[in-house]
Design a protein around this ligand. Structure first.
Ligand SMILES: *Cc1c(COP(=O)(O)O)cnc(C)c1O
Length: 402
């Protein structure tokens, strides 16, 4: 917002160096500009006052809003079919903002058995000491749910597709049961992405994403998002602003770029995942393959009813040889890397016991059948024959090594 006056006072090099050039920023760029700025300059106190009091639209300070982030929010809301979205500095930040928006005062957190370990950590290490109570819920025991919902009230936290066993619970039946007992429902849709599932259509009060995974899609950013109806997302936005869970504009810019190819990447990756899952079921080194697209998966019926256009890009397998076989396979894979994350364009493996599910005790891991032999695969968009060939040579070598 530099101003060039006719009779401008002369300024020295130190002053010119920090002076903003006077530019009419174009509004018609074909892709969203990156507003990598912390704040905005004004020549009127009244204008700032009007913007801060909501009487005029505009931006003042990036913690409360940024045009690049707003572009991403609009794109995400459109993909998810949500009225509004707010982007956060991480998926965990989105989870926190979503929980506090739906349950602002301490109450019961009803947590689905297979939930992401980081969510367990947030609930137990941060929210429990604040007075929230933590309760594991088996979302596959539909008969028991009405009684539990009436007993505890509060907020149900579930995922569309669980990590790493690909469990899919009947959220279309569970959400109405929860609402009958005034229990709110927050759904983490990170694994399904809006390409495969739209939990708001089943009545979820909020959807949360880790954009770090498939929506960003290139392992180059950490971001999250909260999506839903206007009033709840507005509360989440206030929490994000006041608590400083705000994203960096550059990360928003990267995520916008990634999200534009989400449908293409998910289409390819989910086809690849189904092929790899089917192939793994024929391998002697593997004693279980978990992928909701396999007809023998325990939740295949729910997955076929609830998921669209495929079953996602994550599968897991249990190696017969346990941890030594996992180590041997990881060391022999040539193209597939061991990365404690997921959702990249490249296929990666991870080890839930060591990485994503660290927060759980051994008994809790056993309750959801996660042991040392379980390997999670996040399938990418490669030529699937190359990925299969890499696993084939690594598994064979693993047998000898184990
Ligand atoms: C990674 C992940 C999160 C947390 O997101 P961050 O961006 O790492 O903070 C939450 N839920 C699921 C299902 C995840 O995979």
């Amino acid at each position: 917002m530099g101003r060039n006056h006719e009779g401008a006072i002369p300024i020295d090099i130190e002053t010119r160096a920090v002076h903003m050039p006077d530019i009419d920023w174009p509004k018609n760029s074909a892709s969203p500009p990156l507003f990598q700025t912390a704040a905005y300059a004004y020549h009127s106190v009244e204008t700032v006052d009007r913007i801060l009091s909501g009487d005029e639209t505009g931006f003042t300070y990036t913690r409360s809003g940024n045009p690049t982030t707003e572009a991403l929010e609009k794109l995400l809301a459109s993909l998810e079919g949500a009225a509004r979205a707010v982007v956060t500095a991480s998926g965990s930040g989105a989870m926190l903002a979503g929980i506090l928006a739906l349950l602002p005062r301490p109450g019961a957190l009803l947590v689905a058995r297979e939930i992401y370990g980081g969510t367990v950590g947030l609930a137990r290490r941060i929210l429990e000491p604040m007075g929230y109570t933590f309760h594991w819920i088996d979302t596959h025991q539909l008969d028991e749910l009405p009684q539990l919902f009436r007993q505890f009230g509060g907020l149900l936290i579930a995922e569309t597709i669980s990590n790493p066993l690909g469990r899919v619970c009947p959220l279309d039946a569970i959400i109405p049961l929860a609402h009958q007992a005034q229990v709110k429902v927050l759904v983490d849709n990170t694994f399904a992405t809006p390409y495969h599932a739209a939990p708001l259509d089943w009545g979820a009060d909020l959807v949360v994403h880790s954009l770090t995974k498939f929506i960003g899609g290139h392992s180059d950013l950490i971001l999250g998002a909260v999506l839903g109806s206007g009033p709840v997302v507005d509360s989440a936005r206030e929490i994000v602003d006041v608590m400083g869970l705000t994203p960096d504009p550059f990360a928003s810019w990267l995520a916008f770029r990634g999200a534009r190819t989400l449908p293409l990447r998910m289409e390819r990756a989910s086809q690849n995942a189904l092929s790899l899952a089917q192939w793994l079921t024929t391998r002697p080194e593997v004693d279980a393959v978990h992928y909701p697209g396999l007809s023998e998966h325990e939740d295949h019926q729910h997955a076929a009813r609830l998921l669209k256009r495929g079953y996602g890009a994550v599968l897991s397998m249990r190696l017969r040889g346990g941890l030594p076989a996992v180590e041997a396979m990881a060391s022999r894979l040539q193209h597939v890397q061991f990365v404690p994350s997921l959702g990249d364009v490249a296929t990666t493996i991870s080890h839930p016991v060591v990485a994503s599910h660290r927060e759980l005790s051994r008994e809790e891991k056993e309750a959801v059948r996660i042991d040392d032999g379980v390997v999670r695969v996040s399938v990418g968009i490669e030529q699937i024959a190359d990925v299969t060939a890499d696993f084939e040579q690594a598994l064979k070598g693993g047998e000898k090594g184990a």
